[in-house]
Design a protein around this ligand. Structure first.
Ligand SMILES: Cc1ncc(COP(=O)(O)O)c(C=O)c1O
Length: 380
């Protein structure tokens, strides 16, 4: 039988939704969705109002390939305010979600046989996308609970073309320390690497502050900084992400974009431009809600598991071994109790006993989920 070229690629965890829907139908319950990497808070009312306004005021035609000028201007100001980084308009691109920034960057950078270094555990698409272009991904494992393994990184980086850095991190909640950023910088300079710095969760740092690797000396010219409206503003369905980096790379990403998706919806972009004007205020509110959820979950789950408090993002990635369970077994069993979590296996080798909980949702939903988890844990 014929098989597709991409049949061996890892599937996106989003496809798990079909299984959840089946369980909901069979059991007549509403599953608590700790498995989705998505803020489940009600959307910003300003985002809806600005979208309607944008449609009514004529933002309904093709967007320019780079993004509408109003949004590009706001992005320059936002990177200045939130990262202390100065970019020119021709160093920026607006894409349909951060995911298409990652896609078009890899499409631009990779030829068959090129090598990419991923820090495991990682967001699944970081592996699937390079493989679509015939590149090879190598994994270097984090130390547990979570931090970079300096010696392993030094060995693994040899001969690589691109290194993916994702801090704050999905799925662990790890945030790179100053020393870790310096390590990545030294490796990038020594090996002449391009760093894909996925900072979609940049605002979710509960202790200290986020720092972009692009702010380190000599890094701006070899870093693609990737950001999005999905996580910090809870606007996943608007499908707007954006990136800043060296002009030669952005130019290639523009080629990919104009010959494929054209760009994110024009009226979404206009609404996003308005939202960026109040970025810090919106972000602060989301982060406050998530901090409360993190503290609550860690306190409750620590009665049963080793559950260190992650410094960032909106995920827990605990190890289920103390319960005598692997991540797969645990996620299957929890589904029977009306809770969906993602098994660690989905995020690379070596974390099969872990599972990911996304806690960006209203507190009452978190409380409901924890009650169900505890109900299951008490049966063990
Ligand atoms: C680390 C990371 N990067 C990128 C994305 C995709 O974001 P977007 O919705 O902007 O495409 C996600 C979503 O789960 C993510 O976790």
């Amino acid at each position: 039988m014929r098989t597709g070229r991409f049949s061996s690629l890892p599937i996106s965890p989003v496809s798990f939704t079909d299984t959840v829907r089946r369980i909901e139908r069979e059991k007549g319950i509403k599953v608590v969705r700790f498995d989705l990497a998505e803020p489940l808070f009600p959307p910003l009312k300003e985002a809806i109002e600005e979208t309607v306004k944008a449609v009514e005021s004529g933002y309904v035609h093709y967007p320019p390939p780079r993004g509408i000028p109003e949004l590009v201007e706001e992005i320059l100001s936002y990177f200045r305010r939130t990262r202390g980084l100065e970019y020119d308009a021709d160093e920026v691109i607006v894409t349909p979600g951060a995911k298409f920034s990652v896609y078009s960057a890899f499409a631009s950078l990779l030829s068959p046989g090129d090598e990419v270094l991923l820090i495991t555990p990682y967001w699944v698409s970081f592996k699937a996308i390079p493989e679509m272009f015939g590149a090879r991904c190598f994994e270097v494992r984090m130390k547990k609970p979570f931090g970079l393994d300096e010696e392993a990184m030094k060995d693994a980086v040899k001969g690589k073309k691109v290194l993916v850095l994702n801090s704050p991190n999905n799925p662990t909640g790890w945030v790179a320390s100053e020393e870790e950023l310096k390590l990545v910088r030294d490796l990038a300079l020594d090996e002449d690497l391009i760093v894909l710095s996925d900072e979609v969760d940049w605002a979710y740092v509960y202790e200290g502050e986020h720092r972009s690797i692009a702010t380190l000396p000599d890094m701006k010219d070899r870093t693609l900084l990737i950001d999005s409206f999905s996580k910090v503003f809870g606007m996943t369905g608007w499908r707007v992400g954006f990136s800043a980096g060296p002009k030669w790379l952005i130019d290639d990403m523009l080629m990919v974009q104009q010959h494929s998706v054209s760009g994110p919806t024009t009226f979404s972009q206009k609404a996003c431009a308005e939202i960026l004007k109040g970025a810090e205020r919106y972000a602060e509110r989301m982060v406050g809600l998530c901090r409360e959820n993190r503290d609550y979950l860690v306190e409750r789950l620590s009665n049963y598991l080793d559950c260190p408090k992650p410094p960032g993002a909106f995920y827990l990635f605990p190890d289920a071994s103390r319960l005598g369970l692997g991540g797969d077994e645990l996620s299957k069993s929890l589904l029977e109790y009306g809770v969906a979590v993602s098994p660690g296996r989905l995020f690379g080798e070596g974390f099969e006993n872990n599972f990911r909980i996304c806690y960006a949702m209203p507190k009452d939903e978190v409380v409901k989920g924890v009650k169900r988890i505890e109900e299951f844990f008490r049966t063990l």
